[in-house]
Design a protein around this ligand. Structure first.
Ligand code: MD3
Ligand code: FE
Length: 215
């Protein structure tokens, strides 16, 4: 009885994935309503859009950004841009609830408090996917990336430093926060096609926020 209780209390909220990479299970769960309200404010100011890859394909994930710079893609390539190319306006400011969460998550994972300059907001509808890629457009590759999953669960693909390394599959659920730094910062990763479902707070939808030191 006591043993079960202690085991319950000691249940690892922190799940190491690889050197430098950890999942903090449920770390953002209590704040999810506030985070989703902030997402709604960001998408009202900078609407979601399906970016075109340099190869001419339309991404199935819809994206927008907040902060000093936003990640964009078009026929010319990938880059961080201080302005929304659709409107010519600056991206909306990063909500303080976003900034604070990213800083706390980095610290909980053993990194120095992150001061993110950019937040990429990804929206997955059923069927949307993100094929294996590396995140290497950021100026500071020493800073970790913090990612927050909200809404429907997804299967995350976590590969190695070579595209050909067979990826592991990790389920990311509502409220999970992951921190990717050190040797894992340049790992190939992606998201399997989102399974249909209904989430009580997010509906038929998954949101992912990634906090980056872009410039
Ligand atoms: C591992 N997003 O926006 S989050 C992306 O769920 C992206 O929308 C996915 O990949 C999503 O670029 C995955 C987890 C993640 C984010 C960045 C990483 C894992 C990472 C950077 C390096 C290594
Ligand atoms: Fe990525």
């Amino acid at each position: 009885m006591t043993g079960d209780l202690l085991e319950g209390l000691a249940a690892p909220a922190m799940e190491p994935l690889a050197e430098g990479a950890v999942v903090l299970r449920g770390f953002a769960r209590a704040e999810a309503p506030a985070l989703l309200a902030a997402v709604a404010a960001v998408t009202a100011a900078a609407p979601l859009r399906h970016l075109i890859t340099p190869g001419g394909l339309r991404m199935s994930v819809a994206m927008t950004n907040c902060g000093e710079a936003g990640w964009v893609s078009d026929r010319r390539g990938y880059r961080y841009d201080p302005r929304d190319p659709d409107t010519g306006r600056l991206w909306p400011a990063m909500p303080s609830v976003f900034r604070a969460l990213a800083g706390r998550a980095a610290e909980a994972a053993g990194y120095a408090a992150l001061a993110p300059t950019a937040c990429l907001v990804n929206r997955y509808r059923p069927g949307a996917r993100l094929s294996l890629h590396q995140d290497r457009d950021e100026l500071d590759l020493d800073a970790p990336i913090v990612s927050v999953s909200l809404g429907l669960p997804a299967t995350f693909l976590f590969g190695g430093l070579a595209r050909s390394d067979r990826p592991r599959r990790v389920r990311l659920e509502h409220g999970d926060v992951a921190v990717w730094g050190g040797p894992s910062r340049l790992a190939f990763h992606g998201i399997d096609p989102l399974k249909d479902g209904e989430h009580p707070l997010a509906g038929r939808c998954r949101w992912n926020l990634t906090f980056r030191k872009a410039r």
